[in-house]
Every structure is written in C-alpha cells, then in structure tokens.
Design a protein around this ligand. Structure first.
Ligand SMILES: [Ca+2]
Length: 259
C-alpha cells in the first residue's frame, strides 16, 4: 500500500467534567435493561488485505477528499437516538447478559459534540458476549474510502491485566452489504483500545480516546460497518463501550488532494 496512506492515530484528552447523564449516588449506571437477541457467533477469519490500517505517526499526510462527504448517517450521534440507539444505526447483541445502548452525554466520554453511542454489557453468563451497532451504506464500486472511528473502552476492572484482556472493542466490514453480524462474510478487526476505569476518569490525564483509521476498497455498491464491544469472560463486571465521530468518506492521498 502506498506509504502516504498513513496514520491518523491520535489521542485527545477529555475535560474532567462530570456531567449528569446516568449519574446516581456517585456510581454511574449504564443503560437500563434492553432487548437481547440470538445465539453466539464465532470470529471469522480476517482478510486483512481488504482493510488497510493506517500506521501511526503520519496523520497530517493523509487527507480525505475535500470536502469529504461522510457516508455514515449520524456518525457523530448528534442527530438523535431511538431506544438508546443512534438514528441510522441498528443494534445487535447475543444474549446471556444484560446488553444496553444509550445516548451518552457524559462529557468525558464524548469525543465531539454533545453525544456519543454507549454500548454496555454486564452480568455475563457465558463467554464471548457482544453488544454492537451496524449501518449499511451505498458506495461506488472499486473506490477507496477512509474509515475513521473514535471511542474508548471502560470497565470495572479498568486494567487488561486484571481482566485478562476481557473487554475489547472491534469493528467489522461486510463488503457485500449484508446485515448479519454473525455471518462469515463479516471481517472483524480489533481496536487496540485498552480498558480504562468505567466511572472515574483517570487522573491527571482524563480518559484517552482511541482513534482508528483505515482505507477500505469496496468491491460492490454497498458495505456494512459493524462495531461491537466484546466481554470475553463470564462475571458480574460491567463494561461500557463508547463510540463517536464515525466516518466513511471517499479518499485520496494528500498529494493528489492538494492539487
Ligand atoms: Ca458526537
């Protein structure tokens, strides 16, 4: 892949403001009980070549087409929610747990604007429980797109060593535009966003957001983007997965865009 296709990895410190949503007696509760669905799925193999992550460090050298048109509807979650799920998105989960979705307005975990999508899991009865959202968008075949995700993982253990890497976030792409998150057509990749304290922003830095960017070449006229939180182990601990500012936009390298 062209070396100009490089990093957008960056971290942003959130202000340490404890805004109100879901604050109760000092403990922040995640979503209330919400519907759960279906049976569990396995992680299918990843055809890495179809999703090209950007290496860290050269973010300024990459430029989406200007003006970049975000194909994702409500990618910043500022346009509303229904039943806790951002408008334009569809929820999924695989049961044996309490799964929930919320309009998260808690300032420290909102990447931009006033809202983020919160997905939560707790009271896990079996291994490998998932909570997620997806959206299908129309694309131009054989066109390269830039996918950008922002978010963070929060858990009660607040440590990958304590939880044994028990709380991870992933995204998946179905290049055929399918809407079954358990289909083997979905290619899943892990976001390397390690868990942070669930209810108390770490001092002195506050929460650190993860940013992921990759180029995607769509073979057909539709692709589906899935995003999910993954609780690996049974147990009572809660994990909260926030995502915000999700973008899929036609893309060309900076050198071409500058002319
Ligand atoms: Ca937002």
């Amino acid at each position: 892949m062209d070396s100009r296709f490089d990093a957008l990895s960056r971290r942003t410190l959130a202000p340490l403001l404890l805004a109100g949503l879901l604050a109760l007696g000092g403990a922040r509760l995640a979503c209330a009980d919400s519907p759960v669905f279906g049976a569990s799925g396995l992680l299918p193999g990843v055809r890495q070549a179809d999703i090209v992550p950007m290496a860290p460090g050269v973010g300024s050298a990459t430029t989406p087409l200007s003006p970049a048109v975000n194909l994702i509807a409500n990618g910043g979650f500022e346009e509303g929610f229904q039943d806790g799920v951002g408008l334009g998105w569809t929820a999924f989960a695989n049961g044996s747990s309490q799964a929930g979705w919320c309009d998260d307005t808690w300032t420290p975990v909102v990447y931009q604007g006033a809202h983020a999508q919160l997905m939560s899991l707790k009271d896990i009865q079996e291994r490998d429980r998932y909570v997620g959202i997806f959206q299908t968008v129309a694309v131009v075949p054989n066109t390269t797109y830039l996918l950008t995700l922002h978010g963070l993982v929060r858990s009660d253990p607040a440590s990958v060593s304590v939880s044994n890497w028990g709380y991870r976030m992933q995204f998946g792409i179905d290049f055929g535009g399918g809407t079954d998150w358990q289909s083997s057509d979905v290619m899943w990749l892990e976001l390397m966003w390690d868990e942070q304290p669930r209810t108390e922003p770490p001092l002195p830095t506050g929460y650190q957001f993860g940013t992921y960017a990759a180029t995607i070449r769509a073979p057909g006229d539709r692709v589906t983007l899935f995003i999910r939180g993954w609780n690996k182990w049974p147990g009572p601990w809660e994990a909260d997965y926030d995502v915000d500012e999700i973008s899929l936009a036609a893309y060309q390298p900076a050198g071409a865009a500058a002319r």
